[in-house]
Each structure stands twice: as C-alpha cells, then as structure tokens.
Write a new protein. Sequence first.
Length: 135
Amino acid sequence: RHREVARGRPRDATDDFGDELDAGIAYDLERIHALTQALSTPLVVVGYPLHQMAGPNRALRRHAHRLGIPMVETFRDHARAQHDGHRRDALIVEAAGPHPTGLLYRYVAESIASVVVAELAVRKGIEPARSGSGH
C-alpha cells in the first residue's frame, strides 16, 4: 500500500509500511527486551546508518526509549564519515538497494563499541581494558 508523500519530505521506509512497521518493531523489541532482562544481559539497539531508513529509525528510537534500551544513532556515523571526506559512493553501495560499505560499517562499529562499553560499565561493573599498557 502506498501513501502520498508530502512535497519536500524525503521518502523513507515507513512511507510504505507505517503502522505495520511500527507494530512489528514494537513486538520484536519487547520480546528481545524480555529475553535479555530474564538473562540479565545488556541490550542496545542499533539504528540504520542510511537516511532512507529515517522511518524505521524513528520507530526503533521510540520503542527503545519506551523500554529503556540505549540506541546507537548510526546516522551520525554516516555524517561523520562524510565530514571526514568520504564520498557517498565509498559509504553506500547500491547493488541491492542502499547498503553500508565496509568503510561505513567501520564508523558504525566504533559507535556500537562505545555504547556497549558504557552499558557494560554501568550494568555489569565491567571496565574496558586500557590500551597501550604494554601487554
């Protein structure tokens, strides 16, 4: 099913799915959250690093916030990579629809690592290993 897209607003994945996508994300996150809570395992949600996925990111953000799950905002990684001088074709491959390249995933991995380290420190008291210790 398709809706009219407001003029001047970029099209994103929720333009086609809307409430169905939102409900699916809510259901999935609630199940995953319940499982990780039962296992006392920290959980973080990782957003999509593509501007075309603004709709799913909004749904992920809303439901992660509602459940108290931290979210890694990877669209910032895309902007950071561009700021570092990388062109779009070095960050996004269009072979099967837009997907991040290995280069963009490197930026995403850095963000994920910082959030996971912070969550482990808060929830489990695990401090990160210090680099440069000579070991």
